[in-house]
Structure formats: C-alpha cells, structure tokens
Write a protein that binds this ligand. Structure first.
Ligand code: P1T
Length: 384
C-alpha cells in the first residue's frame, strides 16, 4: 500500500458491529465480562480501548512499523521511552531540540541518575566521542526545533547498531510524509501528534512506533503501568486528521518554500533556516533523506534585537502568535521567550536560538496572503 492510501486505510477496517467506516468513539472505561477474564479483548480503557487501538494501528501503518502506541501528549511518549532506562544509564541527544524535551531530560530524568550528553549531531564524531559502556539511548530530533538542522538518521543508526544502543527519532517536524525513520534504521519513532498528525490544533497527543516485538511489549508495559494514555475522543480526532495528512503536507511544503524564498530575499532578514534552501548547511542530507522540506522555518532579522523580534510577531495578522505548530493555520513564535524559554540563555544561544530568532509554522492558507502579512509586519519597522 502506498503512503497516500495508508493515511486513509492503513490498519483500518469497518467497525464489526454495524460497518461504520470510522471507528466509533468507545467512550467507556470498562467492558462487561461473562466470567472473570471472559472478555472480547478489552478489559479496562487504560490498558486497551478500541478507538485508541484503531489509531495505534494507523500510526504503525504510516510509519512503516509493526506496533503503534498512543499517549496523552508528545512528552508523555518521550517519558515512556526514557523509562526503558535505569539509573546509571546514559543518553546522547541532539543539542538543538524542543525546550520541553530538554526540560524533561535535565529536570526530571537527571534526578533519577540518567546522564545526558547534548551534542551537535551533524558531525557523527561528536556522537562517538561521548559513547561509553553506559550509553543506552541516542535521541535524535530531525529537523530540529527550532533551528531546522538535519541529522543523517542512517549514519546515526550505523553508530547505534555498532554499539548496541537504541536509536529513537522524534519525527514531529517531518512526519512520515517526508521521512520514515524506521526504514532508515531507527528503533523507535516518536511524534507529538499534537502537531501535523492531528493537524487542526485541537488535540494534544503523543505517539511511538516500533518494529521489534520485545521493545513494543516493554513500551506497552510502561504505557499501561504509568498510565499516560489518550482518550477515545482525541483518538478519533487524530485518526480523522491523519486521513488528510498527505494533502496537508503537500501544501505545507509548497507554502514553506514560498515563504522561505520571500524571506531570503527580504532586505531586513539576516538568515532563513529552511532545509530546502541550497544555502542551508544540511541541504544535501535533507535532499537525500526527506521527500520534500516541510512547512517549518526560522529566521533572524538584521536588526538583531529582542524587542524588535517581539514587535515583528505582534504586528502579524494572518499568522497567529502562539506556541505549537503543524496545524492548518499559520503560527509565529519567538522561541527565546516561548517554546525554548526553559533552556538556559547560554545553552540556547550556543545553538543559535538568539533573541531575534522567529519561528514560523507555515499553514495551508493561500501563500500570497501569508507573504503579504509578513511584508506588512516587516515594513512597519520594528520598535516605533
Ligand atoms: O506538546 P507535546 O504534544 O507534549 O509534544 C512535545 C514535543 C515533542 N517534540 C517536538 C519536536 C515538539 O515540537 C514538541 C512540542 N512542541 C511545541 C509545543 C512547540 O511549539 O515547539
């Protein structure tokens, strides 16, 4: 089955009761048993729920994996992966990543004696130089949030396999429409399904997909034991969102390109970070690894100033100033004060998250309207 068919049919079949084409929202906590243990595969909704199960099969299908798991948020999914580890274990992570992931690693899991090495992964030597006998997990986010660096998944997977280390890839920015990490050698693919998979800015959810049965069983055990599952109504909404993922992503990519090209010729703009620009330092890897370049981009202005960046995002009208990304509507954010505020200023600036950095989630509106909006916000001059 090709990807565009999988988004609609992957892992799905009409409901057994009445042939409903969409799975019913099984809004139930529990299931009647004829005798203790005598049930039809569903016992209690933290453990299993038919609507969530349909979604988990869709997650697995679109990521070319065998097993999918749905969580109450992206961070809950990451939390489950980290719970595979024990005190004394070490993790090598991308140094440029979502601020909440960084906070989870450094403020929660470090307390449980898990050690993190944050390295720039565009140079594979940086990964190998921190690997030791305690290294159990490599955490890759690509494209990275918010700098849009591209990590060569195949290359990192060779290193992981050589040292018998698990490789997890956060595929939130790319989605399986653009890249399929399991095919490139990753063991675990993770999503904030809050973003492109849901696609409509109305659900917070996380996903994991794996191929290995033992790993799937371990993650399922954690999902059930820790309990960070999502509800049936949210499962239904994300399943509905996935059915249009391919056509939404096509437009996100087209609009992302149009906006990136506009900004890269604007006299007030210093640098545009979008992996589809030939000037992007990881353009060659992006071209080889991804089927297109997505709708996320960041940029800095020449008037490199915190207040001016704030003024610029306040001046936008069609773009909404908001956290999050991946919905049909365009959003703008200021990472230093919003999504990445939990990363200390020094660590942030080292990876390029400077005070003037602005991040755009380019939606699927008419590209001309988006460019007009950016034009007017930039033409106003910043601090007045
Ligand atoms: O918000 P949640 O569903 O828990 O997902 C966390 C998460 C994980 N990974 C990446 C790459 C993410 O971008 C996020 C969430 N990001 C935002 C809310 C944001 O605005 O960047």
């Amino acid at each position: 089955m090709k990807f565009n068919t999988k988004t609609i049919h992957g892992g799905q079949s009409p409901d057994k009761a009445y042939g409903a084409v969409m799975p019913p929202i099984y809004q139930t906590t529990t299931y009647a048993q004829t005798t203790p243990g005598g049930h039809q595969g569903y016992e209690y909704s933290r453990s299993h729920n038919p609507t969530r199960h349909a979604l988990e099969k869709s997650f697995a299908s679109i990521e070319n994996g065998q097993f999918g798991l749905a969580f109450g948020s992206g961070l809950a999914a990451i939390d489950a992966v980290l719970k595979l580890l024990k005190p004394g274990d070490e993790v090598v992570s991308t140094n440029d990543l979502y601020g909440g992931t960084y906070r989870l690693f450094t403020q929660i899991f470090e307390k449980f004696q898990i050690k993190f090495h944050f390295v720039g992964m565009d140079n594979a030597h940086n990964i190998e130089s921190v690997i030791n006998a305690n290294t159990k997990l490599i955490w890759v986010e690509t494209p990275t949030n918010p700098m849009l660096n591209i990590i060569d998944i195949k290359r990192v997977s060779h290193i992981a396999k050589q040292h018998h280390i698990l490789l997890a890839v956060d595929n939130t920015f790319a989605t399986p429409y653009l890249q399929r990490p399991l095919d490139l050698g990753a063991d675990i693919v993770m999503h904030s399904a809050t973003k492109y998979l849901g696609g409509h800015s109305d659900v917070v959810m996380g996903a994991l997909v794996v191929n290995d049965k033992t790993l799937a069983d371990q993650l399922y055990f954690i999902q059930n034991a820790s309990g960070a599952i999502c509800g049936p109504h949210d499962s239904f909404l994300v399943l509905r969102g996935i059915k249009t993922l391919h056509i939404r992503m096509q437009r996100h990519c087209e609009n992302g390109r149009a906006v990136a090209l506009f900004l890269s010729t604007h006299p007030k703009i210093e640098t545009v970070y979008w992996p589809g620009l030939e000037s992007h330092p990881n353009y060659a890897i992006a071209k080889a690894q991804m089927d297109d370049f997505g709708g996320m981009l960041s940029f800095t202005t020449k008037d490199n100033n915190y207040q001016e960046a704030i003024k610029m995002v306040e001046n936008l009208k069609t773009f909404t100033l908001a956290e999050s990304l991946g919905g049909v509507e365009s959003l703008a954010g200021h990472p230093a004060s919003m999504t990445h505020a939990s990363i200390p200023k020094e660590a942030r600036e080292k990876i390029g998250v400077v005070d003037s950095l602005i991040r755009l989630s380019v939606g699927i509106e008419d590209a001309e309207d988006l460019i007009e909006d950016l034009k007017q916000a930039l033409s106003k001059g910043f601090v007045q």
